[in-house]
Design a protein around this ligand. Structure first.
Ligand code: GLN
Ligand code: ZN
Length: 756
């Protein structure tokens, strides 16, 4: 039995200075040509391979690079190109599938399991003919590229089962068609590809099957078995490593073990319980890559604990390799790029580059014995366990203990009565989701302040001028509930993180969200408190400019957690309560300052829903509890709004109801108001603002189509429940689109109102 060789499942592709993003955007805008883009891409791949080699990894993955998205790459690789793109070729076709071109809308985009990474949803229909693109077999090309550096890399492919489970039926596919129905022809293509990889010399290939971390039906498990029996019996193939991640795979472990695959990679962080299944799984002749270093969070690994897990696996497999729990694409590149984090915090962090060192160190411990590396281990443990000042805030803890769950609000009917007396609104009130376009002047003012080119007072004056404009515009358009437009916010999570204790923000901690969009998630490391009001001054300023009600805008506790890297030394539920308490204080201050509508955005509520249905009720319990803790301290006359987007909400309608918000606005334009009907069916009686047009597209909707959407919603709702709003914030749009779209929306509301 061999133990202690090392690998990772994938690595960030952006480059130290965001070279990939810059080059791709320059290519899109015509500033550089395809050759320049592809050169940048090739040099980033080379840098990654050399970094991994020099760090001492024994086996290096390839084909983990992507110009946009690995699922898109795979769809193109196996020929799953919808007919609307077939007249295009090469990069044009690739980027058209990602971003759309006139007459050919892009593939849909959705979240990659429970992460904040978005993949493009492949379209597979009965007419899809899978075949390898003869010109360009990316995994083979990248294998060659790395081979030229003297490396026998392990090409990474999305596995066939996960690929088909992630795909959606192509438009026009007959009712009842499932992409999974095409597993057999897809496997022919995999077999062909495995043959080619073997021909060029690849010893191993990695097939990613993260879909196994979610509940799988007996039929799906049977297909899994059949798929790997078939690939395993390919006459000419590299060794097969099936990689799973984001949770335990439970019964799928035995299923895979019964196939001829040569190795498994397991996530022993999110799926720690699988470690106890290894001994009885029948893997004694296989390789196991133990995913001991967390690819989803930024903390140093508890190395002694990881070694204990590794030791428990030793006798059960033929080769025990050390690896990461998943690809490192979900964490930032390198802590050493951070210069302004508090030292104790920096010392506790491990980004992708540092995680590679941890993997290598664990490998050495297994190969050479723990004693050989005792100094390194002791140093790592000292850094890991040091607590930055401010980690514990006794006052926050005492207040939360005293508050418990908070007292629930009065019943909804009396809230409605209280409001119609004090601040009546027309039927079908019109509003927006919060942000207005972030113009170049706004960005410039923020940059000027950051670089000290203007002082705080000048900055404030510019933001106030912007608020004046946005308020005047909304009055002119005739909206009923106004917003200040959020000009002062760089990002809905970072803005609050910068103003709450317990959070730190990075300079270079970029993580890919989709395509060339990267985010810098804050790091939540300590107890959270609000030293002073955050939004009150801006909101009350806006309110002072109008007699119409202005809605205050906050980011909810679950979203604050979901889009940050969160401490792992206490439960998420407890951390969420701390954020909720800070928001509760903010809400109370807004209310005291005369703000009558307050919106607490929870766009990420659905995203963090656990992959296993058995774990979902507990998550929803604390997530809903945190929202209610934040929002239940207000008077009946205050209207609490929430907003959600980016997801299908069908599964969480009960939780949406349980939030007890007075109004929930949701993305619904693209799904034709499905959610409204789902909610109505469960007996939801409070306000709902189904997005009446899609803000993700520059297209300006017509009055008639918005009227249709409203009538569709009214088929399921009492008119007193219906609010009228776009389906998300407007910050990414331009005024040329926003103004006519909002005018159309207000006009549509007026017309429908007249018929009630
Ligand atoms: N209030 C935020 C905005 O309008 C909500 C953003 C979001 O839902 N992602 O921008
Ligand atoms: Zn939204």
């Amino acid at each position: 039995m061999a133990a202690g060789r090392t690998t990772v499942l994938g690595y960030p592709r952006i480059g130290q200075r965001r070279e990939l993003k810059r080059a791709t955007e320059a290519y899109w805008s015509g500033k550089i040509d395809a050759t320049a883009l592809l050169d940048t891409a090739a040099s980033l791949r080379r840098q990654t391979w050399e970094t991994l080699r020099d760090a001492g990894l024994d086996e290096i993955p390839s084909n983990t690079f992507s110009l946009y998205d690995q699922v898109l790459d795979h769809a193109v690789l196996v020929g799953a190109v919808p007919p609307r793109f077939r007249q295009l070729t090469g990069l044009d076709r690739y980027f058209a599938m990602a971003r759309g071109v006139t007459g050919a809308p892009p593939l849909e985009m959705t979240k990659w399991f429970d992460t904040n990474y978005h993949y493009l949803v492949p379209e597979v229909g009965p007419d899809t003919v899978f075949r390898l693109d003869e010109e360009h077999v990316k995994p083979v090309e990248e294998y060659h590229e790395a081979a030229a550096l003297g490396l026998d890399t392990r090409p990474v492919l999305l596995g066939p089962l996960t690929f088909l489970l992630l795909a959606k039926p192509a438009p026009g596919a007959p009712e009842g068609f499932r992409p999974l129905d095409l597993l057999s022809p897809l496997l022919d293509v995999y077999a062909d590809l495995l043959g080619r990889l073997a021909d060029v010399g690849a010893s191993w290939v990695q097939l990613d099957e993260p879909a196994l971390a979610a509940d799988r039906s007996p039929e799906e498990l049977a297909l899994l078995r059949a798929a790997y029996d078939r690939l395993g019996s390919s006459p000419r193939r590299p060794k097969l490593l099936v990689a799973t991640y984001f949770g335990p795979i439970r019964e799928a472990l035995g299923v895979l073990a019964a196939t001829p695959v040569d190795g498994l990679a397991l996530d022993l962080v999110a799926g720690a319980e699988d470690a106890t299944r290894v001994a009885s799984a029948g893997l004694s002749r296989r390789r196991l890559v133990a995913g001991l270093v967390d690819g989803r969070n930024v903390w140093r690994t508890n190395l002694p604990q990881a070694l204990a897990v590794a030791a428990s696996l030793l006798g059960s497999v033929d080769e025990l390799m050390v690896g990461t729990s998943c690809s490192l694409q979900h964490v930032p590149l390198d802590v050493s790029l951070e210069t302004s984090l508090p030292e104790e915090l920096r010392g506790r962090l491990a980004f992708a580059r540092q995680k590679v060192d941890e993997v290598v160190l664990l490998g050495r411990a297994l190969r050479e014995g723990r004693e050989q590396i005792s100094d390194e281990l002791a140093q790592a443990e000292a850094a890991r366990t040091r607590r930055p000042p401010g980690t514990v805030d006794a006052r926050v803890r005492a207040r939360l203990a005293a508050l418990g769950d908070g007292t629930p609000r009065g019943d909804y009917a009396s809230r409605v009565r209280a409001r119609s007396a004090t601040n009546p609104l027309p039927l079908l009130p019109t509003t927006t989701i919060g942000s207005f376009p972030q113009t170049s002047e706004i960005r410039a003012a923020r940059a000027d302040l950051r670089h000290g080119r203007i002082d705080e007072a000048t900055y404030k004056a510019r933001m106030r001028a912007e608020i004046d404009k946005v308020i005047a515009l909304q009055e002119d358009i005739g909206l009923d509930v106004l917003v200040h437009g959020e000009p002062e916010r760089n990002d809905m999570v970072q803005y609050f993180a910068e103003r709450l204790t317990g959070f730190a923000c990075t300079e270079s901690g970029w993580v890919q969200s989709y395509g060339t969009r990267y985010v810098r998630p804050p790091i939540l490391y300590g107890d959270v408190a609000r030293p002073e009001p955050i939004t009150v001054e801006w909101t009350t300023y806006a309110q002072s400019r109008t007699t119409k009600p202005v809605k205050g805008m906050l980011t909810g506790p679950v979203t604050m957690l979901a889009w940050s890297f969160v401490r792992d030394d206490q439960s998420l539920a407890e951390t969420a309560r701390q954020v909720a308490l800070a928001l509760r204080d903010e809400i109370r201050d807004l209310e005291a300052a005369g703000i009558r509508h307050i919106q607490v955005d929870e766009p990420a509520l659905r995203e963090r829903l656990p992959l296993r249905s058995a774990d979902q009720p507990e998550y929803l319990r604390w997530a809903v509890g945190a929202f209610r803790l934040a929002t239940s301290g207000v008077a009946d006359t205050t209207t609490i709004h929430s907003h959600m987007c980016y997801s299908e909400f069908g599964e969480i309608v009960d939780a949406i109801d349980a939030l007890d918000a007075d109004v929930v606005s949701v993305e619904a334009a693209r799904s034709r108001m499905e959610l409204v009907h789902d909610l109505a069916r469960t007996g939801y009686r409070r306000g709902i603002g189904p997005g009446v047009y899609d803000i993700h597209s520059p297209r300006v909707p017509t009055v008639e189509e918005i009227e249709d959407a409203l009538r569709l919603a009214l088929a399921a709702l009492d008119p007193a429940q219906l609010w009228v709003n776009p389906d998300c914030g407007l910050k990414t749009r331009r005024y040329e689109e926003v103004v006519p779209a909002l005018r159309a929306m207000v006009e549509a509301a007026r017309r429908v109102r007249a018929t009630l």
